[in-house]
Design a protein around this ligand. Structure first.
Ligand SMILES: Cc1cc2nc3c(=O)[nH]c(=O)nc-3n(C[C@H](O)[C@H](O)[C@H](O)COP(=O)(O)O)c2cc1C
Length: 426
């Protein structure tokens, strides 16, 4: 894609998002309708909040995107996602040679919120040791092409990962683009299995490698590229900055969090248990939502300070099961919100509940569009030092307003004139 300069570093011109965030738009004040104006206000009140988003030149009917994983693993399930109304689908990550991808079973373990971890408790955390797609690339490419032919106006994004090899990355970019996919998400973040082959998080955790690989990809790509970030790093803003400076149009965060789900106290073997052994996996679902919000907030602040937000996008991922969870990511500046484990647990119809709940939130605040509230809460994050300063200032103000006589109870009888003079408003 075309390039522009960023403090001397090569970057592509992004396809623009709708607008930069961080400028809160004051919600229109609700006016009690008079008899004369009643008709106008009544029709305004019925106006549906608009969930559509424009991101990197792509238009999505809503911000809800299937996150890469089992819900985007083949034609049948991706078609289902489109039919149910998801704004976009990110397919399961593909690589050139699926024969090298060998999965094990069981590969999932769940954390339940219930007394004594009862098997009936609600699932709040999910660990997987699943690898990227083990289906032949040719098959996946054929299915991408078929989906784009059948759903030309829907957004299909390929997720890719390769070994540390320029020609392999560029061949993969070229082959997925030829299917007509609308964008590419690069999986720099799978925390298990793939790093052993210097793939996934092994690249996302090393800014020098990341810069080089992003350079290879963006030299070839003609569609928008999103870099999917790993949370398994001290400062997630560093790789996010490198990816955007190296030509990516967007970042997506977070992939799963490195975890050990638990040890079976009867057998003493770890979970998920494969022939008596396990390996640390990736944690997702509701339990990771606050961690994901923290990472997205940090990335959003960095992007706001250093990049033109009209050209770069942010996709929030992690533990979304309710419209409010998505609203939180958007309030921090996310353009889109991805859902993976939530779909595995609640099915593709979840998008209807998410949309209805997000609309309820928007109606409550009189937000007409996603851009009306995107990034609005970012301004309320500051340093601890600043919190202390603000609190001390507020206490001082409160004391100042309480200066002087406040109520009849406080008259002492020692000079009414003097005491009445103390009754000032501030
Ligand atoms: C079983 C499973 C498989 C996944 N496979 C992929 C993958 O192939 N590529 C990828 O980028 N992310 C993959 N992910 C990560 C998700 O896309 C997502 O980043 C993460 O699970 C957090 O979101 P969630 O809480 O909505 O699931 C997978 C997640 C799960 C649970």
């Amino acid at each position: 894609m075309a390039s522009l300069s960023f403090t001397g570093t090569h970057i592509k011109t992004g396809r623009s998002s709708a607008s930069g965030f961080g400028l809160p738009r004051r919600p229109t004040t609700l006016i009690r309708p008079s008899r004369v104006s009643f008709k106008v206000h009544a029709s305004e009140a019925q106006e549906e909040p608009d969930l559509s988003v424009n991101v990197n030149g792509l238009r999505l009917p809503n911000p809800f995107v299937i996150g890469s994983g089992p819900p985007g693993t083949n034609y049948t399930v991706m078609k289902r996602a489109f039919d149910e109304g998801w704004g976009g689908v990110i397919a399961k990550t593909v690589s050139l040679d699926a024969a090298k991808v060998i999965n094990v079973t069981p590969r999932y373990a769940r954390l339940r919120a219930a007394v004594n971890g009862s098997a009936k408790g609600e699932i709040i955390g999910w660990e997987n040791i699943e690898l990227i797609s083990d289906r032949p690339l040719e098959t996946m490419l054929k299915e991408f092409k078929q989906l784009k032919e059948e759903y030309p106006n829907r957004i299909l994004i390929a997720s890719i990962m390769e070994e540390y090899n320029k020609s392999a990355w560029q061949e993969l970019v070229d082959r997925v683009e030829q299917t007509g996919v609308d964008a590419i998400e690069v999986n720099f973040s799978c925390p298990h299995g793939m790093p052993e082959r210097k793939m996934g998080a092994a690249v996302g955790q090393d800014c020098a490698l990341l810069e080089e690989v992003c350079g290879w990809i963006n030299e070839k790509a003609t569609v928008p590229v999103w870099a999917k970030m790993t949370p398994n790093i001290t400062d997630i803003t560093q790789p996010a900055r490198v990816a955007l400076r190296s030509g990516c149009e967007g970042v997506a965060a977070i992939n799963t969090i490195m975890s050990v789900m638990g040890i079976n106290l009867d057998t003493l073997h770890p979970e998920p248990c494969v022939e008596g052994y396990s390996t640390p996996g990736g944690y997702s679902a509701r339990a990771v939502h606050p961690i994901a919000l923290g990472k997205v907030m940090n990335i959003a602040k960095m992007m706001k300070a250093e990049f033109d937000l009209n050209n770069y996008s942010l996709s929030g991922i992690g533990g979304v099961e309710k419209g409010g969870d998505a609203a939180e990511f958007i309030l921090l500046g996310a353009n889109t919100v991805q859902v993976c484990t939530g779909v595995m647990m609640h099915g593709y119809g979840l998008v209807k509940k998410l949309s209805a709940e997000l609309k309820d939130f928007m109606r409550k605040h009189n937000f007409k569009s996603i851009e009306d509230f995107r990034g609005v809460s970012l301004q309320y994050f500051t340093t601890h030092t600043d919190l202390v300063r603000r609190q001390q200032e507020a206490i001082k103000q409160r004391k100042a307003t309480r200066k002087g006589l406040q109520s009849d109870r406080e008259w002492t009888g020692d000079g009414f004139v003097k005491e009445s003079e103390s009754m000032v408003s501030n």
